[in-house]
Write a protein that binds this ligand. Structure first.
Ligand code: GLA
Length: 376
């Protein structure tokens, strides 16, 4: 069954903080404990998603996905029990093609003593350009191989595996699923998994990502709770503001239970002087709230104190009241006044306006990267 939650999902996802490196059961549970300790669960962040990199580099003899034994020695069912015992929901990542994104972009799957991937010495984009990452697959008729961690032709089995593990949230990520598969249109792949979820006994949030390439705002609301609209977010102010503008341009389909996804938050991750970062983090959450995007924290929470400005930005009651308002719609970008972007959204007839300074310099009466939310 597809989740019936009316408002955008909230939680924590491993990707922006760890990519496919350095995740394991201790790291995930320590972040889950931090969500509780910092009051973030109380504020609504109730789902912990383990993104790409949880899988063993090979499927088992029967073709089933397994947890990476070095990283998750007690398995995903155990991890799910631990999260559920803490009152949290459990999310996992799958991809519809033959490989997952980390198999293409991070060469995930090369076994090392520490697990299934080690941090590359060179930047990932450079390695990809030089062809040092996993090779493309051209043969559409080849049977799935044990090293294919994507769900192509294993969709029902992989979903049922996740259901057995108690998974409540699926991130289904296109990556390059057209390679070596019969897919000519990504809609087929996402609809297939959507159909399987709809007909499964457990309620599951279905979050899809194909980076906006096939205009998912036109079709994904039929079977998904959320759909990405842009390429991956980076930990830079310009990336955050560009994604917000692009998301607002394609937000008309956002409605109760089905929302455009502006990607995981980079709150806490942007390298800036403290004062600027404090403003940016606060603005970032307010923006995502105005867009009615899911709010998935993407930073390492383990060392944070409850008084940290990162926590204050994430728990900002003004932002969360907008994000979780029963009248779910995406803000429009109504004006750009110099460096200041102006967004507006209706909340049950009441109009709210967010003015955002996208520059590090003071402008429009706002501090660098600062913002102001007003009811009109
Ligand atoms: C893509 C997605 C990211 C993340 C990675 C995992 O790049 O957009 O959010 O899930 O794949 O490999």
């Amino acid at each position: 069954m597809l989740s019936t939650r009316p408002t955008p999902a909230m939680g924590w996802n491993s990707w922006n903080a760890y990519r496919c490196y350095d995740i394991n059961e201790h790291v995930i549970l320590a972040n889950a404990d931090a969500l509780i300790r910092l009051g973030l669960v109380e504020s609504g962040y109730d789902t912990v998603v383990v993104d790409d990199g949880w899988q063993a580099p090979e499927r088992d003899g029967a073709g089933a996905l397994r947890a990476c034994p070095q990283r998750f020695p007690r398995g995903m069912a155990w991890l799910g029990e631990q999260l559920h015992a803490r009152g949290l929901k459990f999310g996992l990542y799958l991809a519809p093609g033959r490989r997952t994104c980390a198999q293409y972009w991070d060469a995930y799957g090369r076994t090392t003593r520490r697990g299934a991937a080690s941090r590359p010495r060179w930047p990932i984009t450079l390695r990809a350009r030089l062809g040092l990452l996993a090779p493309d697959i051209a043969d559409v008729s080849a049977p799935p191989a044990s090293g294919d961690l994507g769900s192509y032709r294993s969709e029902a089995a992989d979903l049922s595996q996740l259901l057995d593990w108690g998974v409540d949230y699926l991130k289904y990520d296109w990556c390059r699923a057209e390679l070596g598969t019969a897919y000519t249109d990504c809609r087929e792949a996402f609809a297939l998994m959507g159909h399987l979820i709809e007909n499964s006994p457990r309620e599951m949030t279905y979050s899809i990502s194909e980076y906006g390439e096939s205009e998912p705002w036109r079709w994904a609301g039929q079977f998904a709770n959320s759909w990405r609209m842009t390429p991956d977010i980076a930990a830079r102010p310009s990336a955050i503001f560009a994604i917000a503008r692009a998301s607002a341009a394609h937000g008309a389909a956002t409605c109760t239970g089905h929302v455009g996804d502006a990607d995981m938050l980079q709150v806490g991750n942007v390298a800036l002087p403290a004062r600027l970062r404090r403003e940016l983090d606060r603005t970032h959450v307010l923006l995502w709230a105005m867009l009615a995007s899911p709010l998935m924290i993407g930073t390492d929470l383990r060392q944070l104190a409850a008084t940290d400005p990162v926590v204050a930005a994430l728990r900002n009651p003004e932002a969360l009241a907008v994000s979780q308002h029963a009248d779910v719609s995406c803000a429009e970008l109504v004006a750009q006044e110099g460096a200041v972007d102006v967004y507006e959204r209706s909340l049950a007839g009441e109009r709210v306006r967010l003015r955002v300074n996208t520059s590090w310099r003071r402008s429009g009466g706002l501090p660098g990267y600062g913002s102001e939310l007003r009811r009109l």
